[in-house]
Design a binder for this molecule. Structure first.
Ligand code: GDP
Length: 445
């Protein structure tokens, strides 16, 4: 999978990383090629567009890290953006299969690989999570499909619900639910009937089954080879029956991979698994960073940039520490601290970590030191001149007025900020006299 996309992108970035200095045009041209490569891989246009836009914004704003080239940095940005596109923000939660017996509803079009995937997933839950699984086929139109599931069940050692002729899908679902409870199963999987196309009858049936079983997971199985069609199918199923995740099958084939890249961005639903062959073990859980790595094939560069960024952060922290030890703490230092706080989620968390700061953290909290306040304080510091930032003691009443006005705030707020900076400088001086090691430890915490 992704071979073509990978080749195309590999070519673009090979050229980019070989160049020492990069002009904006170089990056723009490269990103234009990235966009074309994504479209050729059947990624939907809005997704390709927003991908390139986001990478462009980050590439222009990126802090240049020593010891890597700008091209390498762009590779890392593209890599991170790929992961974000593939999985959205944050990691997906584990499958919800607690509270036995947990129903899993398998839905999808006929031929998508639904029955095969049901069995693969059942085997996986049995082998890896030691779950007792029951499978039931609801495909009343196709006796062969019911038998296929029974055969697979025998093959992988997972129970299937005995076939009773003449039952409706809802009746089978109810029986599966009962059997799962009485039989002490952890999970029961319902392999619903597929159709060649989405039609109302199919959707009504799936809805009815959903309503009597209340599934914890509704997994849509789609053929990864069908590209944007797969994404459209997902959008329709989600609208009609609500899905909790997607399984992309036939990702072992020479599909262009676009389905994987558009799926999350378009449907908002996580890809849970990918099917990589016909064998019962050919199911992998979906790992966005591994897929991004495969697409880019530039793992070395990504690791290099990550390392360089770490080094940069440590260097910055050490530089600041040296200043603090000397009791130097001006508005520039305060601003970086405030920016850090923004990043780390508020005042309290950082101050709590530093010795001697707990009291101030409490004061800050009492004073309503929240995110909006941090933003206002940064705005005030930005309104100062370079000299004033380095030595805030220079500030006279008239300048204070101008600065406050520049940030659209009252002078009282600026006075509070100045007081805070003086207090922090004092504390730093005291800490500096303590053993350096302790401060170092506190800073690293
Ligand atoms: P259903 O109609 O959706 O239940 O589809 P089936 O489960 O019967 O699968 C249809 C065909 O696709 C079978 O021959 C499967 O072996 C094959 N198949 C399913 N998943 C994969 C996959 O991930 N890779 C490959 N290469 N073939 C698959």
């Amino acid at each position: 999978m992704f071979e073509n996309l990978s080749d195309r992108l590999g070519g673009v970035f090979d050229r980019l990383t070989k160049q020492g200095a990069l002009s904006e045009e170089d990056v723009t041209a490269a990103l234009r090629e990235v966009r074309t490569a994504l479209l050729e891989a059947d990624v939907s246009l809005p997704v390709a567009r927003s991908f390139v836009k986001s990478v462009t914004a980050k590439a222009t704003g990126a802090a240049v890290t020593k010891s890597v080239t700008p091209g390498q940095q762009v590779v890392k940005i593209v890599h991170d953006e790929l992961i974000k596109t593939l999985q959205g923000e944050g990691e997906p939660d584990a499958l919800r299969i607690d509270n036995p017996p947990a129903p899993i509803l398998m839905v999808g079009l006929q031929g998508s690989g639904k029955t095969t995937t049901t069995a693969k997933l059942a085997k996986r839950l049995k082998d890896r999570e030691k779950k007792k699984v029951l499978m039931a086929s609801l495909d009343t139109n196709r006796p062969a499909a019911m038998e296929q599931l029974a055969i697979l069940g025998t093959q992988i050692g997972v129970d299937t619900l005995p076939i009773v002729k003449g039952e409706t899908a809802v009746q089978i679902a109810k029986r599966a639910k009962q059997q799962a409870s009485f039989g002490g199963y952890d999970v029961y999987m319902l392999d619903t009937a597929g159709r060649l196309h989405i039609d109302e009858v199919l959707m009504d049936e799936v809805q009815a089954v959903r309503d009597v079983t209340n599934p914890r997971e509704t997994l849509l199985v789609v053929d990864g080879l069908t590209g944007q069609d797969a994404v459209n199918v997902a959008t329709e199923f989600d609208g009609k029956v609500g899905i909790s995740g997607v399984v992309l099958t036939r990702m072992d084939g020479d599909g262009r991979g676009g389905a994987a890249l558009s799926m999350r961005a378009v449907t908002g639903k996580p890809i849970r698994f990918v099917g990589l062959g016909e064998k019962m073990d050919a199911l992998e859980s979906f790992d966005a960073s591994r897929v991004a790595g495969r697409i880019l094939g530039m793992g070395d560069i990504v690791a290099l940039v990550e390392k360089a960024q770490e080094v940069l952060e440590v260097e910055q922290a050490e530089r600041m520490m040296k200043r603090f030890q000397k009791g130097m703490f001006n508005m520039n230092d305060l601003r970086s601290q405030l920016e850090q706080m923004q990043k780390m989620g508020g005042m309290g968390s950082i101050m709590q970590m530093m010795p001697g700061m707990q009291k101030m953290a409490k004061q800050a909290e009492d004073a309503g030191m929240d995110d909006s306040m941090i933003r206002r304080q940064i705005a005030l510091i930005n309104s100062m001149t370079k000299k004033e930032r380095a030595n805030p003691a220079l500030l006279q009443a008239s300048r204070k007025k101008r600065i406050a006005a520049g940030a659209g705030l009252e002078v009282a707020e600026l006075n509070k900020l100045l007081k805070m900076q003086r207090q922090m400088a004092d504390t730093m001086k005291k800490l500096g006299k303590m053993k350096g090691g302790m401060l170092k430890q506190a800073m690293r915490a």
